[in-house]
Design a protein around this ligand. Structure first.
Ligand code: BG6
Length: 298
């Protein structure tokens, strides 16, 4: 990794940003604040790392991830937009995670936090959609805050899309975690061909492949991790869907960019608006998907 000292900037507080060659020589930003460090690749505006000083990393990143242009990174926070899941003849989870985003500004604040804003340039893939802009603001402090702002530039037509911040969390042992905040919520069970069900568990445990789209829920979700002695809190705004995913053994073995045993150390609890919660954005309006990820000891 090369650190270009000339491009390093310090703010009036203690937060700072450095431009580095990341893995696969792909450009990335390293953000350092008094509480935490983070790494963000320009491809996909992809946050691959966030770690508070006194904690293990918050985000899981696969040891087998590709770091190649046009290939998704396995772990961290892929930005899923403008569609979620497969689409005939097109890449799964949209094109935003595969494209280089432009760095528009970064702002170390006097309180020590650092905000970085990216914009998705006009790629040919976007031209089949209405004119829109997509901005992504990552704020690093003692928490990680993410905002995906999509603006419909059309004067007359709705922009219909899905969005999802596909957060991969690092856990100590999948057998020793539970997820709360989803009891009573309707979900589509992708493992059973999208069968519609209702969550009955107060404390959801994962003991096999889980791939669920929870609908019409704006509530915060918590991951209680007994082996890392940590609680992760996921608070969201302008998000009605929560997706929970762990590939478990057989799927893990089929994924070339994921270690066979890595399913034990991760869980995805994703926030966005997908399936029946897709967004119909009126002309000239913006949607602001916002996520606040915080953590602390149990
Ligand atoms: C989840 C989906 O959001 O992402 C799963 O619900 C999918 O079905 C997973 O397998 C990973 O997707 P990808 O394209 O990054 O392998």
């Amino acid at each position: 990794m090369r650190n270009n000292e000339n491009e390093e900037k310090s703010g009036s507080g203690a937060g700072r940003v450095a431009f580095l060659d990341g893995r696969g020589e792909m450009p990335m930003l390293q953000v350092i604040t008094p509480w935490s460090t983070s790494e963000i690749y320009l491809q996909g505006a992809h946050v691959t790392h966030f770690k508070k000083k006194d904690e293990p990393p918050l985000l899981f990143l696969s040891q087998c991830s590709r770091f190649e242009e046009g290939q998704p990174i396995r772990g961290g926070i892929p930005v899923v937009f403008p569609w979620f899941g497969p689409r005939e003849g097109l890449n799964q989870h949209g094109f935003a995670r595969l494209k280089n985003w432009e760095l528009k500004e970064f702002a170390p604040a006097s309180d020590g936090s650092v905000s970085v804003r990216f914009r998705l340039p006009d790629y040919p893939e976007a031209s089949t959609f209405l004119p829109f802009t997509a901005d992504y603001i990552v704020t690093v402090s003692n928490i990680l805050k993410l905002e995906l702002v999509v603006t419909n530039k059309s004067e007359t037509e709705e922009f219909v899309f899905e969005n999802c911040l596909h957060t991969y969390f690092e856990v100590g042992d999948i057998n020793k975690i539970f997820i709360s905040g989803l009891k009573g919520v309707r979900y589509l069970d992708k493992v059973e061909n999208f069968l519609e069900k209702t969550e009955t568990e107060e404390m959801l445990r994962i003991r096999s492949e889980v791939d669920r789209i929870y609908l019409n829920t704006a509530d915060p979700v918590e991951i209680v991790d007994q082996s890392l002695n940590r609680k992760i809190r996921i608070e969201k705004q302008a998000s009605l869907s929560t997706v929970v995913w762990n590939p478990w053994i057989a799927k893990a073995q089929q994924m070339p960019d994921f270690g066979n045993e890595e399913f034990e150390r991760m869980v995805c609890v994703e926030s966005g608006n997908v399936a029946a919660n897709q967004i119909r954005l009126p002309p000239k309006e913006s949607s602001h998907l916002t996520l606040m990820l915080s953590s602390g000891k149990l």
